[in-house]
Design a protein around this ligand. Sequence first.
Ligand code: FHN
Length: 594
Amino acid sequence: MVLLATCAASAQTPSEKRLQWWREARFGMFIHWGLYALPAGEWKGKPIPGIGEWIMNRAKIPVAEYEQLAKQFNPVRFNAEEWVAVAKSAGAKYIVITSKHHDGFAMYGSKVSKYNIVDATPFHRDPMKELAAACQKAGIRLCFYYSQTQDWHEPDGNGNTWDWPDESKKDFTRYLEEKVKPQVRELLTNYGPIGLIWFDTPRIITKAQSQELADLVHQLQPDCLVSGRIGHGIGDYDSAGDNQISVGTVKRDWETPVTMNDTWGFKKDDNNWKSTTVLIRQLCQIASRGGNYLLNVGPTAEGLIPQPSVERMAQIGQWLKVNGEAINGASPSPFPYELTGGLITTRPGKVYLHIFDWSRFAACCGPSQDIALGRLYGLQSKVRRAYLLANNSTLKISQKYYKATDLDQLQIQLPAAAPDANDSIVALDIQGEVRVDTSLRQQPNGVVTLPAHLGEIHNSQGGGLRIDSRGVVENWLRADEWMSWDFKVNDRGTYQVVLVTSEQKYGRGWEGGHRVSLDVAGQHLEGTVSNDGKEENPGDAYWPYVVSKIGSLKISKAGGYHLELKPQEIQALKKFGLTLVSVRLVPPAGMVTM
Ligand code: FHN
């Protein structure tokens, strides 16, 4: 199969027109800031578990008590220009800030509700006005988060079951008409051009109501985007789950919001900061799959962005200064699978190899200690020049086609050590369009990876096996559903068969003990999915991978193969079932690959 990565020049829909700047941006800064920054994760001397901005809900704080926070909220150290400078230093192109979160408190001067930062706090300033001016000056798009369904401050809003337990008395439409629409109107009228409105947690909103809200936004500002979380697929783009990096080809434009530690709103005891390396790699992962990265900071009640966030943002920016052309405005990888040890982005005439793990990419050693040889399979376009973005040094290359194995190979001579510990980028100048062989095949390190999201699903009637947005199989709860893959192997030999499965999101557990069979190359293997060790999930530390060794198989000649994975028995007590990530065929260490 040959894939041509082309830019279709079809007529633009209004949504596509709105998306233009956003696709070019790829990276934005999220800000969760509100009254919740004051308790900062603690209520009446007790730490409240969970994300900081949910404290009112988690501690079931009555409205009358929570409202008192407003009287103490005085963020005198807030400086809009400093915040915008943090975004700018990171290379972020837009800022999305909470104008009203689920606690119902407007962080701007609202005429619709007195429960707002100008009228209800001693601060009396409108930070959104100041941010609008600072963003305008810095050339950054200002965007507003707005919680359209959950509002714990309003009797008719969704979510406050402790002050108003009787759901039958709630009139959501009234809340929508009397608070949401008028406030959205204010936000789109009083702050200049707004890049997007980031609606969230649609919950009980109806399709018609989501549509009315989107129409209102577009009527007030035709260029303003609407986030996917307006509900019912009505947004201009999709929003992946929190901290969930989608895998594979995502058909629509998408964005992932990501926390820098474990909370969105400030929590004084949350110091679980992701490293800059992880953050840079997440940005690259998302860009290589055609998405946008929205990285959060949670300022304090004084108005300061925590120092660890400021530092990480600046470090991302330093990396982007050198490597930004491979991210901002870049297109996704033309391959359906990941590069060994890294990933790929493209733009017209260019392919960028992002190498995270130098030794895994440069799997075979060069003639002397100071050279490593990296290889890429499947690129069919002619490469005119290869060079390191880090220092613009040209790299020696050779390109060959092996007819016997139908293999295009690009070999690149690299320095022995990675020039950038976060992600070293090898840029390829190519002739014409990017053309690649998209078949699943053995990679230069000898491993054959068959990702779940690229397999064929054989559902049975009433069965529910499917792939979630992380690329993990969910609902594989029945033994009469199965999966298969077609792939190409270059090297003869014996391979260990490993099943990689995933823990549930946010450490909610894992289920093993499934008995499975594999049929491939005329061989039949049987084994049990057991926990033979954990492996870091490159996408997210929140749900590690579990590795199970199933047995070994022999491949006696290079060529195309078909593998079928069929369960004989599935353990589904916890309703997790067989959470497959991939089937991996691993050659013995030291096997010589072509
Ligand atoms: O409930 C909110 C949460 O507080 C936070 O704002 C995140 C950010 O994506 N959105 C919701 C949960 O998905």
